[in-house]
Write a protein that binds this ligand. Structure first.
Ligand SMILES: C[S@@+](CC[C@H](N)C(=O)[O-])C[C@H]1O[C@@H](n2cnc3c(N)ncnc32)[C@H](O)[C@@H]1O
Length: 271
């Protein structure tokens, strides 16, 4: 972290402190008796996690894994390691990283239980990756870079560690306009957790996102999450969402709904 400017260093520290105590997945636990890191724990939250909740993420993993057989993929912001696990099961060599030690520890237990071996599972900051230039054939980041405090820099770090022609598969920047942006901005609806949202949640227009991919050729940019998603929350606001907003919004034809998709996923090649 020491090679970042002071302001950004402080942001990264705040982001670290939040995610270290809110590893993505804990918000879906509905039975407190389940011990984190056990097989029951990973099974309990799996249906709510990437990539299982979203068929389009699993399709993307299948497609990328077919291209990356025996090649080396870096996952940035692996959380509990569910996406990396799917790549490992499909014959891709994986280095899984996250900013937070708790995510790294959970990912290690997860891989051990699933009997898969990563090249490495370690703490790493997307804004200053601890790898030499041109190390990886692909970089995968799913729902991460818009939480870092400097998405542009994170994309250029990903570019630096890619080999020439390497693939950056950056899933899910938050979009605006989008249905989630409206709920968040005007409805004060939290995005990740019921009680406390991450300190950094950047929303971008599509041109802003595409502009950050300088030094890349864009292969595709796809609107994901164009349907309002199921939530595992209880209470009045959640009921309004589940039984009011969500079914009504999801009646919109796809051509209109896509314009308000919540996220944009980009696949790009390093030039
Ligand atoms: C929304 S979660 C996504 C986790 C995982 N990719 C998934 O889909 O389940 C965001 C993750 O990004 C990580 N993160 C945030 N800032 C980061 C940074 N600067 N470098 C690396 N990881 C970061 C967090 O620790 C957290 O695990």
């Amino acid at each position: 972290m020491n090679n970042l400017e002071k302001g950004l260093r402080e942001t990264v520290q705040t982001v670290h402190d939040y995610w270290n105590s809110h590893t993505l997945g804990f918000q879906y636990v509905t039975d407190d008796a389940i011990e984190p890191g056990t097989p029951e724990f990973f099974d309990h939250i799996r249906p709510w996690m990437n990539p299982y909740k979203f068929p389009w993420i699993m399709d993307r993993i299948e497609r990328e894994a077919a291209l990356l057989q025996g090649k080396h993929l870096l996952e940035i912001g692996c959380g509990m390691g569910y996406d990396s696990l799917e790549f490992l099961k499909r014959g891709v060599r994986v280095t899984a990283t996250d900013l937070t030690p708790n995510a790294v520890a959970l990912t290690r237990s997860h891989f051990e239980l699933e009997q898969v071996r990563a090249e490495e599972v370690r703490v790493a900051n997307a804004l200053a990756l601890p790898f030499p230039d041109g190390t990886f054939d692909a970089v995968w980041a799913n729902g991460v870079l818009h939480h870092t405090g400097d998405s542009d820099r994170a994309i250029q770090e990903a570019r630096r560690v890619l080999k020439p022609g390497g693939r950056a598969i950056i899933s899910h920047f938050y979009r605006r306009p989008s249905w989630m942006y409206t709920l968040h901005r005007y409805g004060r609806e939290n995005i990740e957790y019921k009680e406390q949202d991450p300190p950094v949640n950047e929303f971008y227009t599509e041109p802003q996102i595409l502009k950050m991919f300088h030094g890349f050729t864009i292969v595709e940019a796809v609107q994901d999450h164009y349907r309002a998603l199921p939530v595992r929350r209880a209470g009045f606001k959640a009921a309004l969402y589940k039984y009011g907003f969500r079914p009504l919004y999801n009646l919109l034809p796809e051509s209109i709904a896509r314009k308000y998709a919540y996220k944009l996923s980009v696949t790009a090649l390093k030039v």
